[in-house]
Write a protein that binds this ligand. Structure first.
Ligand SMILES: O=C(CO)[C@H](O)[C@H](O)COP(=O)(O)O
Length: 235
């Protein structure tokens, strides 16, 4: 295992060990770091005979829950969660996040918004002073397919930068999200942003479903470090 994967694993294990308690309803995020969190969760459930109900944030998360024989639920049965554990593409000094590198931002944000606490697990490369410093792929924005051109134009005219339609790698055409929508990656001009108002501006554009900007949602971040230690930051 390389140092980045070891860092992801260290962060995920620590978060699951510190935050998951018996009888929790737990949001399960998406991405590669979450795989380690679910592995650790399954281990603890077995060893400690815990009862944990899991609400997925994506098709991938649902599969992980099923593969590890964990209890699968949804927001209809469990609209209130004790905690959600998820990854991030970048975390700034105020714990504002860019999420959605894996395209699951909308369900991730919905599940996080239903949780008492959002706990982020990531490696040291995601830790930045200002968004855009480390993650160069922009802010993911989920859009209704028939609206992608007008949304693209509005973002570029009003906010500057480029809003690129995310294309699939192993299929001709765009990436289609778990909700049947497209993703625009907004490569924003380099300047300092008020992310709360920027997020609101983008969300007000007709056709936008959700953005990958998570503002004032994070309670704690566990950063796995290159030396195997874990650094913690909270608001
Ligand atoms: O937001 C996400 C998916 O939509 C992921 O949590 C984010 O992309 C981080 O993934 P990884 O743990 O693989 O670095």
């Amino acid at each position: 295992m390389g140092s980045v994967d070891a860092a992801k694993k260290a962060a995920a294990v620590k978060a699951v060990d510190e935050y998951v308690k018996n009888n929790f309803v737990l949001g399960i995020g998406s991405g590669s770091t979450i795989v380690y969190a679910v592995e650790r969760l399954a281990e603890r459930v077995k060893l400690e005979n815990l009862s944990i109900v899991c609400v997925p944030t994506s098709f991938q998360a649902r599969q992980l829950i099923i593969q590890h024989n964990l209890i699968l639920s949804d927001l209809e049965r469990n609209p209130k969660l004790d905690c959600a554990i998820d990854g991030a593409d970048e975390v700034d000094a105020k714990l504002t996040l860019i999420k959605g590198g894996g395209g699951c931002l909308t369900q991730e944000k919905i599940v996080a918004s239903c949780a008492k606490q959002l706990i982020i697990v990531c490696d040291f490369m995601k830790d930045s002073k200002a968004l855009g410093e480390k993650y160069k792929k922009g802010v993911p924005i989920e859009v209704i397919p028939m609206a992608f051109v007008p949304v693209q134009r509005k973002i570029e005219e009003d906010l500057g930068g480029k809003a690129e339609l995310r294309m699939a790698k192993q299929k001709a055409g765009p990436v289609v999200t778990d909700n049947g929508n497209f993703i625009l990656d907004w490569i924003f001009p380099e300047k300092s942003y008020d992310w709360e108002s920027t997020n609101t501006k983008i969300k007000m554009i007709p056709g936008v479903v959700e953005t990958g900007l998570f503002v004032n949602m994070t309670h704690k971040v566990f950063y796995g470090m290159a030396d195997g230690s874990v650094k913690e930051k909270s608001v």
